[in-house]
Design a protein around this ligand. Structure first.
Ligand code: ATP
Ligand code: MG
Length: 266
């Protein structure tokens, strides 16, 4: 008997939080690299016109031939636009500021929120994981990400105002689940840039655990300067200094994600 087909099995996750600078891109890059160290095939989609996930993966966003913008407006396929992150060991669908024009171009299109979902179909069999680095907005671009995904990973800092923004995002996820994508789930909240010496962070972390229970990932990513230095070297922190506490946390987070997506769980 032939083993069950693994075609079309890639699990697709958005890394999202409409708050800026909370660690979305750092999480996207290092989870991609972390999953690659566990032998997984990963595509990282840069859904942010800032192009930080592209640059942090060692790809020059200004010289790419085609990027996510052309894919969304139907002028290129993902097969044509994807590039290899040699440093990270995963593929990247790059982005640059051209992508900000997609918001306007998409508005007049039918199924404007489903363009990314449609584009991913033809490459799903090539990967175990597709990660989507969302911009710090709840825009049409982010909606394309949420419509294409099975789940959302929310990186957050354990600060007072973090909880406030969270309810908007959770409500958006519920609405998308209800109206556009019934597969979409909140996979989990990832505590990042964590400093256990700060009492407020301990308190917010405890609050998160009591509100969200096992929706809070076990892995906690510490504040670690090696993770912040890595993008300027065009590589994930996981590769730049594998022994650093930040890198080790993201490798552990990769293992936790693999455990969460075992069949039947996500
Ligand atoms: P944006 O909303 O602009 O897309 P973002 O949510 O993607 O931002 P990042 O770019 O990942 O956030 O991180 C913001 C800043 O914090 C960056 O300078 C990054 O290097 C730094 N940073 C992220 N995570 C950590 C960490 N665990 N330790 C130290 N610095 C970190
Ligand atoms: Mg970012």
């Amino acid at each position: 008997m032939t083993p069950p087909s693994t075609a079309a099995t890639a699990r697709i996750f958005c890394i999202a939080n409409q708050k800026g600078g909370v660690g979305k891109t750092t999480t996207a890059i290092n989870l991609a690299a972390g999953l690659a160290t566990h032998g997984k095939r990963v595509l990282l989609i840069d859904l942010d016109p800032q192009g930080n996930a592209t640059m942090g993966s060692g790809i020059d966003k200004s010289t790419v031939q085609s990027n996510l913008y052309q894919v969304l407006i139907g002028e290129a396929t993902i097969e044509q636009a994807r590039l290899r992150s040699v440093t990270g060991g995963y593929d990247v669908l790059p982005a640059n500021r051209e992508l900000s024009g997609a918001e306007i171009d998409l508005v007049g299109m039918e199924d404007r929120e489903l363009q990314l979902k449609h584009a991913i179909v033809s490459v799903r069999a090539d990967y175990d994981f597709v990660l989507i680095d969302c911009p710090p907005t709840l825009s049409l671009l982010t909606l394309n990400g949420l419509a294409a995904a099975h789940g959302v990973i929310i990186p957050m800092q354990c600060e007072y105002f973090a909880l406030e923004g969270l309810s908007d995002l959770v409500n958006t996820i519920k609405r998308v689940h209800h109206h556009i994508n019934p597969e979409l789930m909140l996979i989990g909240l990832l505590r990042v840039m964590y400093d256990p010496r700060v009492t407020l962070q301990q308190q917010v972390s405890a609050q998160l655990l009591s509100h969200f229970g096992d929706k809070v990932f076990r892995t906690v990513v510490p504040r670690n300067v090696r993770l912040a230095e890595a993008p300027s070297h065009g590589m994930p922190g996981v590769v730049y200094d594998k022994t650093s506490r930040g890198a080790q946390a993201y490798i552990a987070f990769g293992a936790e994600m693999i455990e969460r997506v075992t069949p039947g769980k996500v």
